[in-house]
Design a protein around this ligand. Structure first.
Ligand code: ADP
Length: 641
């Protein structure tokens, strides 16, 4: 089934996936990346958890199995030995019915040795410790072989009424033996001697030999000193090995009476191999059954499991990747189609429609997209007409504007030319008029009476006014034409102002005005770099206006250097007629005069302040005015110092 799914995926979708390489698809790449990451992590976590749980389970099962087998084997060995002792006790009980050293006793001892091959050297010792008889299935004992056992442990324990089992020792043939001794009871319930025998423990080899578990598990028996008593390989036993250095035996020697606290523990075993070992103490005897299973055999299942887990993980990841890739391509395919559609429509093909039939939100999106394209098509068609119409209108308006602009330029040029020519043409005859009038007034062309002189003086004055006006018109014309340039040089303001001042030291009385000039500037006002002529013209204009519009009072001129802002501030104040507030913003416009009969009386063409403002700006400064009708005006010019 799984193969079927993968095959179908491979056939139908890998081709599509291949058409859109990973790096191109943003959504698909992210889906793949995130999907695979999450799925991979989840799958790995599940597989790892399952793996470690199973490994723990395998180890726990191994431990339980080993502990179980070890303790069952220990019990079996205990039972075996107990049965031997019981048989030995039965023989002793029978022997106690006969006198010490009697033929019957000898017969019973011989029967024991004969019937149970593990008993040899059965001897009966009297209460003083002297052997009364000694029987063996291996040799014949003579009375001279009987010896004094009064010092032996077996006698001394037995005579005290205790059952005695000696430590394990090996005979000449190297088989392990123990010596058993039990008291011999007389008829009056008193101990009359001790019966002892040597028991061959090789019968335990059979028990141990039969223990098999897992694929390579085995068991062996050690005594309380770690000496090997029984093993499936008798040769090892015959080598009289002491195994106290092995981990399983060490565990036992540390805890000889309790069962193994850590069964199936990893450590070094027989043949120096890593093993899982468990011990179980044999009750009463002080011995222990040790179980060992080579580590590689014990954990063979774990290795297999690891391989299965890895294969499972790989298959899971592959199937996951295939499913995610399939799902993502199913999702992104229609989005790509939308994208392509948008590109085609964007390139101008408004008839194009996308065909998405996914039955979900993307299909709705596709329908909306088609609707939008259709509307775009319609509005584009009408828009084209509208643009055409508007363009026509614009072109018309544009050509009209161009014509108007041409006319304006022409008119302006004509005006400038007219003004220039006129000013120039007017100045020449005016200068001639002024020259001859001056000569006549000064009597150079014959005697003139005082009345004639006064009249001639008026002609000169008015001519000067006219000349000034013409000059101003010329200046304004060149400002308009952008032909004014700045000629900066160092200007010593003190001598500059001194010069300006001296030019106004005319007898004001001849103007019929009750006026005084006030000059206020400090002698340490610095030298600045500016256009001297333009500055002079500016201040002269302001002073002339002040004089013109003031009949009585004063005209004050001040200059001050402001070190903080590094500027020079000139102020021209008067106590004249003042300017209405609403007129203030417009007095700097060309040909602008405060239109009242009073100002009209003062003459002028309304150019002076226009030139002043333009010159101030050309010098990098500015001009401000404050005024009150009937009280006077203050013009402040600030230029960089
Ligand atoms: P005009 O040649 O007419 O004086 P200006 O440009 O110099 O032209 O001045 C424009 C107008 O500003 C003047 O007509 C006048 O009405 C007003 N004006 C200028 N200076 C003063 C002043 N100091 N006091 C009162 N009015 C002034």
């Amino acid at each position: 089934m799984a193969d079927e799914v993968i095959r179908v995926l491979v056939m139908s979708d890998w081709k599509k996936i291949a058409r859109f390489p990973l790096r191109r698809g943003g959504i698909r790449r992210r889906l793949l990346m995130w999907g695979l990451s999450f799925f991979g992590i989840a799958l790995t976590a599940v597989v790892m958890a399952g793996y470690s749980y199973t490994v723990r389970q395998i180890k726990r099962d191994a431990a339980e199995l080993q502990a179980e087998i070890a303790s069952v084997t220990a019990d079996r060995i205990h039972n075996f030995v107990r049965r031997k002792i019981e048989r030995f006790s039965d023989m002793a009980a029978a022997a106690s019915l006969y006198p010490l050293g009697s033929k019957e006793q000898q017969l019973l001892a011989a029967l024991l040795a004969k019937n149970d091959g593990s008993f040899t050297d059965v001897s009966i010792i009297d209460a003083r410790g002297m052997e009364g008889l000694k029987v063996s299935d291996r040799r014949v004992y003579f009375p001279s072989d009987l010896s004094d056992q009064s010092k032996s442990a077996k006698f001394n324990n037995g005579i005290k009424g205790e059952n005695y089992i000696s430590r394990v020792y090996t005979s000449d043939k190297s088989q392990p033996y123990v010596t058993l001794a039990i008291p011999l009871w007389g008829s009056a319930q008193s101990i009359v001697g001790v019966v002892s025998a040597e028991a061959d423990l090789s019968f335990l080899w059979e028990v141990i030999e039969k223990i098999h578990f897992g694929t390579a598990g085995y068991a062996y028996l050690v005594d309380e000193h770690g000496n090997l008593i029984a093993h499936k390989d008798p040769l090892l036993v015959l080598k009289k090995m002491n195994l106290r250095q092995l981990d399983g035996v060490q565990k036992f020697l540390r805890n000889p009476t309790r069962s193994d606290p850590s069964p199936a523990h990893k450590g070094r075993g027989l043949m120096d191999r890593p093993v899982l070992s468990t011990y179980a103490p044999v009750p009463e005897l002080g011995w222990a059954v040790i179980l060992e299973e080579p580590l590689d055999a014990a954990l063979a299942n774990v290795e297999t499991l690891k391989r299965y887990a890895l294969v499972l993980l790989a298959i899971g990841l592959f199937v996951g990747a295939a499913v995610i890739a399939w799902v993502s391509s199913k999702m992104t395919g229609p989005i790509r189609e939308l994208h392509e559609g948008a590109k085609i429509i964007g390139s101008g093909n408004l008839d194009y429609r996308v065909n998405i039939e996914t039955g979900d939100e993307i299909e709705w999106l596709g329908q909306e997209f088609n609707k939008m394209a259709a509307e775009l098509d319609v509005s584009y068609a009408t828009l084209e007409q509208k643009v055409k119409d508007k363009t026509g209108e614009l072109e018309k308006a544009n050509s009209q504007l161009q014509q108007a602009n041409c006319s304006l330029l022409m008119a302006n040029k004509t005006k400038d030319e007219f003004l220039g020519v006129m000013s120039h043409e007017l100045r020449t005859p005016l200068n001639v008029i002024m020259g001859y009038t001056g000569m006549m007034k000064d009597g150079m062309l014959g005697e003139v009476n005082p009345k004639q002189e006064e009249a001639l003086q008026k002609v000169v004055n008015r001519s000067e006014d006219l000349l000034r006006m013409i000059t101003e018109i010329m200046q304004a014309t060149s400002i308009e034409a952008g032909a004014v340039t700045v000629e900066s040089r160092d200007v010593n303001l003190v001598s500059f102002l001194d010069d300006l001042r001296s030019s106004y030291e005319l007898p004001l009385g001849q103007l019929n005005k009750d006026l005084t000039f006030k000059w206020d500037y400090s002698p340490d006002i610095p030298t600045i770099r500016t256009d001297r002529e333009k500055l002079k013209h500016t201040l002269q204009n302001l002073i002339n206006n002040a004089v013109k519009f003031t009949d009585r009072g004063y005209v004050s001129i001040s200059a001050r250097y402001v070190p903080e802002t590094k500027v020079v501030k000139f102020k021209v104040a008067d106590t004249g007629i003042g300017i209405q507030e609403e007129m203030l913003p417009s007095i700097f416009e060309i040909f602008r005069q405060v239109d009242s009969s009073e100002t009209r009386n003062h003459g002028g063409v309304g150019i002076g302040l226009y030139i002043v403002k333009k010159y101030t700006e050309i010098l990098g400064g500015n001009i401000q005015v404050e005024s009150e009708v009937g009280k006077g005006s203050v013009f402040s010019v600030t230029i960089p110092g």
